[in-house]
Write a protein that binds this ligand. Sequence first.
Ligand code: SF4
Ligand code: FE
Length: 491
Amino acid sequence: MALMTAQEYVESLRKLNTRVYMFGEKIDNWVDHPMIRPSINCVAMTYALAQDPQYEGLMTVTSSLTGHKINRFTHLHQSTEDLVNKVKMQRLLGQKTASCFQRCVGMDSFNAVFSTTFEVDEKYGTHYHENFKKFLTFVQDNDLTVDGAMTDPKGDRSKAPHDQADPDMYVHVVERRADGIVVCGAKCHQTGSINSHWHIFMPTISMGEADKDWAVSFACPTDAEGMYMIYGRQSCDTRKMEEDASIDVGNAKFGGQEALVVLDHVFIPNEYIFLNGEYEFAGMMVERFAGYHRQSYGGCKVGVGDVVIGAAALAAEYNGVEKASAVKDKLIEMTHLNETLYCCGIACSSQGFKTKAGNYQIDLLLANVCKQNVTRFPYEIVRLAEDIAGGLMVTMPSQKDFSSDTVVGRNGETIGDICNKFFAAREGVSTEDRQRVMRFLENMCLGAAAVGYRTESMHGAGSPQAQRIMIARQGNIQGKKQLAKDVAGIQ
Ligand code: SF4
Ligand code: FE
């Protein structure tokens, strides 16, 4: 099958029997729900740009499995150039949506599961790698979106999966049958879960022998029997449900999405199983997936950062302060921080290496440094954006006030007249444009979009401490001590 268009992608979601709950109720037409639709538009952009000749080289690639032209989001990276192009593609998508476009988790899981299953089979003679290749061929041929599901609820963090009071705190096998397995559990804050055609489940931590039943990885359709999702709310999300509030929403067209995904006795046929009890490979799968996703943030967050910087510069222009040296310097600082993140994304990609399975893995140390910086710099970029924008971004009356006909003034002035008079921008700029840029910045800095730009920068792809553990492991302090000894003449 050819690449899907954006419209075909949206229509393909309607054909699924995905079970979505929000505000305590089942949502039947979730595709058109005003709180969900912006996140669908965002994934649709990964399809739309692949159809645009201008971006063909970045968005599409030749499949290593079939030789067909596929979307890069379903690709197994074949070189360091592929890894670099992945980051460039993510920056582009961030620039076009100013949101989390969700499809990367699937791409990152494809590459991690592909290489890990090869090494599991090598040791145990299992058939996981063949299973996975067949599954990925199906995904590529049908241009599907897949959620890479990793984060378990984890319950008591001091205890291993088998030690939890409730065994469902980590996804696990509850029944082994000749034709497959039955699984229970959940995955938290799953990016793009509802908007995905399929899911790949992976373990979330390294495991020991007693955790065998929890060391499991598999694919399943998003509407599998026994599977459902509870939608995650975001700050100011119900603005999307208000009438005449598209300016107040900030970014009305695009948005991110997270959900709790529940597996209640879901049957997984053998052909979709990629790990089943080989506990010592759980850590490898986690490390590789996390490494790829930490690389990803050196692309997507940079693209979103580009839009935030642009909006701050516009706010300065509309306020008439763009020539002030203090404002110029803040924009330079924001650019410096943002490009530093991009440097990290490009560096860990260009220093990548070939795995035993043949696809390319990023440099783990540099990818973890990348993500560690992402836990900090977007916060500083947002602080500077708020500084430049001024308090108006959070104190302005609503869009309805700006268009209100209700008379309030002595001379018959309406609420709309008064708002437009006192919130006027510099000459030559409409009040509405100023309103739009302020609300956009509010949205990015502390509204619904801040989920993707701030808190996700902190905790997505692993919280800061997870990167510090990896940096400690990969940092080679012993080697560095030896360097010091050699130069200082210490025997
Ligand atoms: Fe992609 Fe970034 Fe969203 Fe992860 S956070 S899915 S890398 S856009
Ligand atoms: Fe993420």
